[in-house]
Every structure is written in C-alpha cells, then in structure tokens.
Design a binder for this molecule. Sequence first.
Ligand SMILES: Nc1ncnc2c1ncn2[C@@H]1O[C@H](COP(=O)(O)OP(=O)(O)OP(=O)(O)O)[C@@H](O)[C@H]1O
Ligand SMILES: [Mg+2]
Length: 291
Amino acid sequence: MTPDLMEAGAKRRAEHRERAERGSSGDRGAAWGRPVGREPDFAHGVALYLDDVTVSFDGFKALNRLSLSIDVGELRCIIGPNGAGKTTMMDCITGKTRPDAGRISFGSTIDLLRLNEPAIAQIGIGRKFQKPTVYERLTVFENLELSLAADRRVRAALRARLSGAERDRIAEVMALIHLQDEAACSAGLLSHGQKQWLEIGMLLMQDPKLLLLDEPVAGMTDEETERTAELFLSLAGRHSLVVVEHDMHFVEQLTQGRRKVTVLHEGSVLAEGLLSQVQADERVVEVYLGR
Ligand SMILES: Nc1ncnc2c1ncn2[C@@H]1O[C@H](COP(=O)(O)OP(=O)(O)OP(=O)(O)O)[C@@H](O)[C@H]1O
Ligand SMILES: [Mg+2]
C-alpha cells in the first residue's frame, strides 16, 4: 500500500472514531436508529413529566411554560379550546417538535429532549394520530403481525414464522379491540371506527408504557365511541394514557367522576381537577364560551 493510501485510510478511521464518539454524547441526533440502552425508571410513580415547556412558532407561543405530570397507569384526559396547544404538546413528547425551553422526562430518568422520534417510540411511547394509517390491503391479523416487528422489512416480517407467544398476543389484542371476528378481513373493508381500533391495536402490539391519543373518537358513531371508552378503561393501569378530546360525553365516560382532567388554554394549564370541578370553573367557562 502506498503511503498516500495509508494516510487516507488512517484519516478515514480517525473521522469514523470521531463520529462514533460524537454519537455517544447523547444529543438528539446521536440516538437515531440506535436502541436506547437505558430502561425508563417508573419507581417514583411518574410516567411523564413536563416542566416549564415553551414552544414558539414565529414568536407565537403555542406552549407557554407548560407543566404537567402523568402518573404510571393513569388515564388523563386533556381538554381545551382549539389552538390551546394540545397537539403541540404531543408533538413535543414524541420528538416531532423541539421545545425552546423546558424539560420533558419519561419516568424519572429518561430525558425525552435528548432523543429523536424513532428512539422515543422505541422506549415505549406510542402515539395515535387522528387519521388511521392501517395497511388497507392486508388483513387485520397481518396488520397486527407487522407491528410485532415494526423495524423489520415488511416482507421479511410477513414471511417470518410466528411463535406461539406472538400468536397469543395477536389474539389477545384482537379481542381487546373487538376485531377477533374480522381477523381475516382486509383492513380496507373495516368501518372508520374499526380502523381506529386496529391502529390502536397496532400500537398495543409494541406494548407501549405510555399511549398518546389525539381526538381518538372523532368521526366515530356513538356506539363506537362507547366501545372506545371501554377499551381505554381496560388499558389504564397496564399502560399510562393521555387522551386529548373535545367530545365531553366521551371524557365523562373515561373519567367516571373520579379521574382528573387537565384544561389547556393558550399553551398552559388553566385548570386541573375532576370534570365537574373544571366545568364549574368560571375561567374555563369563559375560554369555552369566548371562542
Ligand atoms: N407548525 C406550526 N407552525 C405555526 N403555528 C403552529 C404550528 N403548529 C401549531 N401552531 C399553532 O399553535 C397553536 C396551538 O396549536 P395546536 O394544534 O397545538 O392546538 P390544539 O389544542 O391541538 O387545537 P385543536 O383542538 O384545534 O386540535 C395554534 O394557534 C396553531 O395555529
Ligand atoms: Mg389538535
């Protein structure tokens, strides 16, 4: 090998080493595509903690020193008028939007602001967007099967043989989302509500510790809404859930007169307490009537 080539090789190795070292410094880019070694610690009973989080869009504060804490296993409804910052809050938790200031932690040890979107999903935070994104041409079973191995190539995942435990888990999730009779049905043929459940089922296959659900019953029939409430109630305890919703009847079903709700307004918490308490709060009445 010529001295020139040796030199070039040494330079490349040095650059590689430098990149690897930069990568382990823990910035948001560093976690890209890499499994996160540390498990979240829930021993203190807190699943999610937002502290003084601010997000500005061209000077407008979509979140304004927002602080909020969700307990392990808690089902928390977040309500608030349009533009209150509810979706922006979820964007910050899942790494889609980077806050200007504040802290967000998962359990007591994981700083979510140091992780990117895939890494945040990987440590156990699942997010349901409003529009269902199921694979319409695949069956219900296949959609769930794919979610078992979200990081494997699609065809490889479908060809791989399922273990007994995996089949049991798919059956368990299909029962939870009331789709056991539709196992062999193409997802494209499901009703809007059933597609929403399937997508929730796909999230559940990953066994997330925290589920974020943004307006999950929008467009559902009353019966589907009621079933969704039952589903979420059955998930609480095993998972922590944050549900953003405008449908007050649904919120009432979820809170059962005993769970706390949080009212967001102009990017901060306006009120927190039982639904009956916040609904009687004059400031809450004002922001709802004032829109
Ligand atoms: N990417 C963005 N660029 C500029 N402004 C944004 C952006 N995302 C959100 N906003 C603004 O931030 C504010 C909060 O929006 P957000 O979508 O979080 O509200 P929301 O509480 O989810 O409302 P809704 O109940 O209508 O869904 C709004 O005024 C919105 O216009
Ligand atoms: Mg929203």
